[in-house]
Design a protein around this ligand. Structure first.
Ligand code: ADP
Ligand code: MG
Ligand code: ZN
Length: 502
């Protein structure tokens, strides 16, 4: 674990600059330059052809759907779509890449100069940052190597390696930010908020299924530090950071590491680093001191991509309501503060709350249950929120029972627990578990008398005018009735019994 003090010390002495490169697999039916399927999970090397295997004489053709997805993404990121651009060959050898070059875009990306606004929740309220986008370009994915026979699954210590080319040629887009400055101590959270927003944007556009655990969204995290007033420092690039949480952790741990090096008089070398999910730390990879020479040149086998204005307008018209606008609209419709909305977003409950409200549940109640009890149930059981089997109908029924006084929040939590267990519907669970608020005054008075007898000193205090002490008796009564009493009612009866007023 990173210690907060090491981080605080680092950030007190240095200003961080961050930059994110995000690779996303597009969810087109076929690959970038051939008609092979992109379906995930097929047997190794069953989705390949001469083009994606790089066999001599094969000719690639650009996938129109991939270009459309890239343009839509560029538009959603407020980019300029260039009228003409080409693919380039990036030459290097690696066994996961059968052609010995990757077809990518180099100095002629399809989309340039955009931005994405993100919000970070802080103790002082939400803060907004504009992350500027340098470029969005198209490229193809490589195959996948599996290193077998070793203990770690890494190439070191392996007996042999297997290669699966099903992924070779799957369309990727790479989204590169400009250096992000001025985030200070919030840098790790800004990085995470940016990738989260990007993911939500792509989901809304339907251009990718953005499943980080399947590797369809991968981030490289660039970090540098400088003393206030100095020029930017040398950056490191932490590769393949594969979860939202890791994006935050990778930035945080790199800030700590670089501050350590710089504070003790060392210097940062420009290098790639590898992030380890288990330790939350990174280890050095390739040094970039001598920049690799990929001998980029324009891809001679592919036509340039030249989207005309009419096509771009057509694609612009297909953009759905984007997440930021949707949030603003919902916030207004629900009449809640930005911070309250942010708490829903942070709990990953926006869709659930929206569905509940659409199903007739009061927005405040929907928010309370989905960010509270239902969120807790999901994390306790390692479920996605979407997989908690609570419907708007369930919430509406629970709320009406609470409103009529026959359930309280504590009992309602048990009802939701029961629904998550598959014990039936609300009324069935209330009956089967015997959940009902005890509203019979005589039963409550009996419990109050018992509690007073058990704590005579407290009883004396209350009689003497110390009404604050009443909480202890109310608590004892709530316990005795297993939470099935209305606490306000118990308090009222108790004070009446002792003849004191608030
Ligand atoms: P490369 O392929 O060498 O990684 P890119 O241009 O694709 O280069 O990406 C570099 C990333 O690093 C960009 O997101 C850029 O904004 C970011 N970056 C550039 N300079 C710095 C710096 N001094 N500190 C942090 N990030 C930086
Ligand atoms: Mg890079
Ligand atoms: Zn193919």
């Amino acid at each position: 674990m990173t210690s907060p003090t090491a981080y605080d010390a680092a950030i007190a002495g240095f200003e961080p600059v961050i930059g994110l490169e995000t690779h996303v697999e597009l969810s087109t039916a076929s690959k970038m330059f051939c008609s092979c399927s992109t379906e995930f999970g097929a047997d190794a090397n069953t989705q390949v052809c001469p083009v994606c295997l790089g066999l001599p004489g094969s000719l690639p053709v650009v996938n129109r759907a991939a270009v459309e997805s890239t343009i839509r993404m560029g538009l959603a990121l407020n980019c300029r779509i260039v009228p003409w651009c080409r693919f380039a060959r990036k030459n290097y050898f690696y066994p996961d890449m059968p052609k010995d070059y990757q077809v990518s875009q180099y100095d002629e990306p399809l989309c340039v100069d955009g931005y994405l606004d993100v919000t970070v929740d802080t103790d002082e309220g939400p803060r907004h940052f504009r992350v500027e986008i340098e470029r969005v370009h198209m490229e193809e994915d490589t195959g996948k190597l599996t290193h077998a026979g070793g203990a770690t699954g890494r190439i070191h210590g392996a007996d042999y390696s297997l290669v699966d080319y099903n992924r070779a040629g799957i369309p990727l887009i790479e989204i590169v930010t400009k250096p992000v400055v001025g985030t200070g101590t919030l840098a790790p959270l800004v990085a995470k908020a940016y990738v989260t927003e990007l993911r939500d944007l792509m989901r809304a556009l339907g251009v990718s299924d953005v499943r980080m655990e399947e590797g369809s969204l991968r981030c490289d995290v660039n970090v540098s530090l400088n003393r206030p007033g100095d020029p930017w420092g040398t950056r490191s690039e932490t590769k393949n950071v594969n979860s939202l949480r890791s994006v935050e952790r990778a930035v945080r741990s790199e800030i700590e590491r670089q501050a350590d090096v710089l504070s003790s008089g060392g210097r940062i070398v420009q290098e790639t680093r590898h992030f380890h999910e288990d330790t939350g730390r990174s280890t050095p990879g390739r040094s970039k001191e001598q920049a690799e020479d990929y001998r980029y040149f324009p891809e001679p086998d592919l036509l340039p991509v030249a989207p005309d204005a009419a096509w771009i307008d057509e694609l612009r018209a297909t953009l759905p309501e984007l997440p930021a606008l949707k949030r603003a609209r919902l916030r207004q419709e629900w009449g809640i503060s930005e911070r309250e909305l942010q708490s829903i977003v942070n709990a990953g409950a926006l869709e659930q709350v929206a569905a509940a409200v659409a199903g007739g549940v009061d927005p405040a109640a929907a928010r309370k249950w989905w960010t509270g009890e239902l969120h807790r149930i999901a994390s306790d059981r390692d479920l996605e929120l979407a997989d908690v089997p609570v419907t708007p109908g369930h919430i509406a029924r629970v709320e009406s029972l609470v409103a009529s006084g026959s359930l309280n929040d504590k009992l309602a939590r048990q009802v939701f627990e029961g629904i998550a267990n598959g014990e039936g519907d609300v009324d069935g669970i209330v009956a089967a578990r015997g959940l009902a608020v005890v509203s019979d005054d005589s039963a409550l008075l009996e419990a109050i008398d018992e509690a007073l007898a058990a704590q005579p000193d407290v009883a004396e205090k209350i009689r003497g005018g110390k009404v604050q002490a009443a909480g202890a008796i109310v608590g004892a009564v709530m316990k005795a009735t297993r939470g099935q009493a209305d606490a306000a009612k118990v308090r009222e009866l108790l004070l009446g019994r002792l003849g004191v007023s608030e």
